[in-house]
Write a protein that binds this ligand. Sequence first.
Ligand code: GLU
Length: 333
Amino acid sequence: MCGIVGYLGGRNATGILLEGLQRLEYRGYDSAGLATYNRGSLQVTKRVGRVKKLVGAVSGQPSRAKLGICHTRWATHGRVTEENAHPHLSCDGKIALVHNGVIENYAPIKKFLQSAGYTFSSQTDTEILSNLIAYHYRKEMDCGENSRLFESVRKALLQVEGTYGIAVICADCPSEIIGGRNGSPLILGVGSKEILLASDVAGLVSRTPKVVYLNDGEIVHIREGDFSISTLDAEAIHPVINEVDWDVSESALGHFPHYMLKEIFDQPEALENAMRGRFSMDKSTAKFGGLNVTPQDFRQIDRFRLCGCRTAWHACVCLEFLIEIPLPQRAAG
Ligand code: GLU
């Protein structure tokens, strides 16, 4: 579910990013967006629905961008709207960020940032990350050898709890992307005169077969023709470059001979993605964005209407069974 692609190189970033995003469409999503760097500012376009709507929206825009990031979202926090789609800009317009995953401690960080004057325009957990990076970016004036953007992302990630695969660009940095991962995949593609970042090999293999798989707790700093990987504590990591041995025509299939087998083997990851952010471990219960009803209020409801077709219909039948069981007990009580 959901996907990230980032690009820095000598060619037209928009076309390459959107092609990569289309190759991730099979993973399922509800909205899509793109941010590119254009002469000191970040241009963001988002659409609810299919990637082809985003492609249509940017097709009229002239762009010679060489740097950009894009995303397909599968909402966990906030409704499916254009405002909630990624990339998210920081309120000063400096930082653009795409994110797969869930930031568990977004509420206190949001409160802190609001008290420091930062404003929010979405209901997502993700937007706190772009503003938190902007907060550190404003403070990190002197970073010595290190990039100011890199240091700001690193400091922000040290503060967040949860799962993330992120890609970040900045209006001041025409040739830098920062990526980071924790519990959500992120892969670097090392091409000739171009570097890509994607949440799935399928998003970049049309450009290069050379890939580096990031591990949890690692950040990558991509510069023109070069990259370095380190831990969140800024310890350098020696990258292992792998060669992917399947071509783009097979990219959605990976190394599987057909889709049925692929889907069978995809099930553990698909289940994990479906549940990510929707379980409250401490309260041992499911957590849904749309239905914020207390158990007490829930018990007051006399009638439920369950709608669904195919698999969702089967889920409704199970739920009907679960809901109806306690009714006689309630009546007796
Ligand atoms: N939690 C984020 C959101 O709801 C990211 C969802 C995703 O992984 O696409 O926007």
